[in-house]
Design a binder for this molecule. Structure first.
Ligand SMILES: Nc1ncnc2c1ncn2[C@@H]1O[C@H](COP(=O)(O)OP(=O)(O)OP(=O)(O)O)[C@@H](O)[C@H]1O
Length: 256
């Protein structure tokens, strides 16, 4: 089997400061990888480099495309990369405002993604949008409302529907439950877990919350000062951390 994503020697510096350094991993189809670490450890930098939002200084990000097999996304042309992020990739921002169009209706937010990949029939677009709102537990009565009238949890669920409606294979998530109330977080995590499982998605999830990776991630990478200090199966890493930094992360959570 070919990995869906194969990352080698990825580094990004901000002047003399390390963003992330020498990161490498493979992500297999249907696998969920969690990236954890304290604030400033390089998680967002790494995710941005993977998703093509930031250009790394060194390394390769090879993606197994549907049409041409493995391709280094860093050397792709801009139109090719744009097409990839429209069809095969999804990116869920921590703040739904960054991933939604706040002045467009909920149905429009979902529907315009379908139009971007060629859908033209209004009735079909609206039916698919309604179906996706239902899947993320938003009542069809709210289809014409703008996201600005939604709660934070609803906005995040709408952002997920907007991202998944085009059937991507790989989803990048940056602190998807950050900034939400604990009870809202729990419901959202359950929803994400069910969607990822039902759709067979691969995902890379960045979070500082070990409970999120415990629930969602098959495998875990622990980052500190831009470097990966430990990786392995989630339960193994959390139940028997080998690196002193991971031990600290795990014990600080246990003692809260
Ligand atoms: N635009 C930037 N310019 C300069 N330095 C930056 C920039 N963005 C990040 N950094 C630095 O790179 C390092 C990694 O930051 P990054 O935001 O990737 O960490 P993080 O683990 O995602 O943190 P957080 O959880 O707070 O978002 C930090 O030292 C940070 O100060």
């Amino acid at each position: 089997m070919t990995p869906l994503l194969e990352v080698r020697n990825l580094s990004k510096f901000y002047g003399p400061r390390i963003g992330c350094a020498d990161v490498g991993f493979e992500l297999w189809p249907g696998e969920v990888l969690g990236i954890v670490g304290e604030s400033g450890s390089g998680k967002s930098t790494l995710l941005s480099c993977l998703a093509g939002h930031l250009v790394p200084d060194t390394g390769s990000v090879v993606y197994d495309t549907r049409t041409d097999g493995p391709r280094d996304t860093l050397t792709m042309s801009e139109p090719e990369r744009r097409m990839l992020s429209r069809t095969d990739w999804a990116y869920v921002h921590q703040n739904p405002r960054d991933g939604l169009r706040m002045n467009v209706s909920a149905g429009g937010n979902v529907g315009e993604r379908l139009m971007a990949v060629g859908a033209r029939h209004y009735g079909n677009i609206r039916a698919t949008a309604t179906d996706w709102l239902g899947r993320v537990e938003i009542s069809d009565e709210r289809i014409d409302d703008r996201p600005s009238a939604f709660s934070g949890g609803m906005q995040q669920r709408l952002q997920i529907a907007r991202n998944l409606v085009t059937g991507p294979r790989l989803v990048f998530m940056d602190e998807p439950t950050g900034g939400l109330d604990v009870s809202v977080q729990a419901r959202l995590l359950d929803l994400i877990r069910a969607l990822v499982r039902d759709l067979g998605l691969s995902a890379v999830i960045v979070t500082h919350d070990l409970a999120v990776v415990r629930l969602l991630a098959d495998r875990l990478m622990v980052m500190k000062s831009g470097h990966v200090v430990e990786e392995g199966l989630t339960d193994q890493v959390l139940d028997d951390p080998q690196h002193a930094y991971t031990q600290l992360l795990v014990s600080s959570v246990l003692h809260v």
